[in-house]
Design a protein around this ligand. Structure first.
Ligand code: SAH
Length: 221
């Protein structure tokens, strides 16, 4: 038996998750796989138990160590943007709670997922949650995401969930042809969510939205 209540009750129940899915749809999330994943993944096990009743509000919440779990709409938008086509190998930078990782793992067009996090205690907790959910196709690593995961690259999808001032060169190097990198770029004063696409002609960059993420920080803790 796992110590997590995966199904939930009351404010953490399936009905509450279904209402979140409805709101995401109203806000323009259209990928049925993303909507299904958002309905399946119990966000309440990815935050402190004391905050579980707020798990299905559309807000970011603290997850300890000064970090936050991203807002559901942002998770849905990033997943939908990454999965405009099947992605066999995906790198996530900034595992945090593991929630975005679990949503990716629930998307049927995502293959293997490699996720790196610089704060050791968060890696341990994310691992416990993903194990409780019986997620198979994910590998986590306590590592500096500025360097990507060279041994496992190239990736046809890269999702960065903390904001660098500039896109780390290693991530662009590990992006396969036909691949997409989604990254919030900027400072605490403002960030833009950008898409980098590697085509046979080089890199194409598109900006899609104003966002607010914690900063991408160099080095391990
Ligand atoms: N995807 C996460 C969001 C967590 S917030 C979720 O769904 O919960 C961003 C995370 O990026 C934090 O946990 C932070 O510690 C991590 N991070 C910041 N800089 C990093 C780096 N250089 N390498 C890996 N992870 C980093």
């Amino acid at each position: 038996m796992s110590r997590f209540n995966l199904t939930g009750i009351g404010m953490t129940s399936q009905r509450t998750r279904d209402r979140l899915v409805q709101r995401l749809q109203d806000q323009g999330i259209t990928d049925p796989e993303v909507l299904q994943a958002m309905g399946n993944v119990p966000r309440h096990i990815f935050i402190d138990e004391a905050l579980a009743h707020r798990a299905y509000e559309d807000s970011s919440l603290p997850i300890g160590n000064g970090q936050t779990i991203s807002q559901p709409f942002t998770v849905a938008l990033m997943t939908q943007t990454l999965c405009n086509q099947p992605r066999a190998r995906v790198l996530e930078v900034g595992t945090g709670s593991g929630y975005q990782t679990a949503v990716l793992a629930n998307h049927r067009h995502v293959g293997r997922i490699y996720s790196v996090e610089r704060l050791g205690p968060l890696v341990t907790r994310a691992e416990e949650r993903l194990r409780a959910m019986k997620v198979q196709q994910v590998r986590l690593r306590h590592a500096d995401g500025y360097l990507g995961w060279p041994e496992e690259g190239p990736f046809d999808g890269i999702l960065v969930t903390a904001a660098p001032r500039q896109v780390p060169p290693a991530l662009l190097e590990q992006l396969a042809e036909g691949g997409r990198l989604i990254v919030p770029v900027g400072t605490d004063n403002g960030q833009v969510l950008q898409i980098y696409e590697r085509t046979s002609d080089g890199l194409e960059v598109t900006s899609i939205d104003q966002v607010k993420f914690v900063p991408l920080v160099k080095g391990l803790r």
